[in-house]
Ligand binder design. Structure first.
Ligand SMILES: [Zn+2]
Ligand SMILES: [Zn+2]
Length: 163
């Protein structure tokens, strides 16, 4: 008979409120607790994952599975957004230095891969050299135009004409 765990009913961890003990135990003998998420769903959580000590290495559980997944997606999106914004700022800065050195058409291309997708275009120009040292626009999913054997300026004109 495992020792009776401390009664944690009523404790709140993030969106979860502990509502009752579970008979389940972890391999190491920790009690599971049924928790109700603020969205209304219940989740069975091992007691050692319910903690206010966020400095611990172990991931803590603070929401039901669905809400946790949402948090995660939000977190990833926020991070991607930040990185993408920074990429565009960097690209803009590099391109402003290239004015006059590259065809003007390149400077009106989307700034990044994601920017091109947003605008429904296939080319973008970040003002960076490719791995082989070419300064040329990139095709989304395709890499540097010079590497792919195309004449960059022609490709840009062609895309301008069709778009
Ligand atoms: Zn939830
Ligand atoms: Zn290249």
């Amino acid at each position: 008979m495992p020792s009776k765990p401390r009664n944690r009913v009523g404790e709140v961890y993030g969106k979860l409120t502990v509502i009752r003990a579970s008979d389940r135990r972890t391999k190491s003998g920790n009690a599971y607790w049924w928790c109700r998420c603020s969205c209304g769903q219940d989740r069975e959580v091992p007691g050692d994952k319910l903690s206010h000590n966020s400095a611990r290495k172990k991931p803590l559980v603070t929401a039901c599975l669905d809400c946790s997944r949402e948090f995660q997606v939000e977190g990833v999106c926020a991070k991607n957004d930040r990185e993408e914004r920074q990429r565009r700022i960097d690209a803009e800065a590099r391109r402003s230095l290239l004015k006059g050195d590259v065809p003007d058409g390149w400077l009106s291309l989307p700034l990044t891969d994601a920017h091109a997708r947003e605008l429904g275009q296939v080319l973008f120009f970040r003002g960076t050299l490719c791995l082989r040292g070419h300064l040329a626009p990139y095709r989304i999913n395709g890499g540097c135009l010079t590497c792919s054997g195309q004449k960059p300026s022609a490709a840009v004109q062609h895309d301008d004409a069709s778009g």
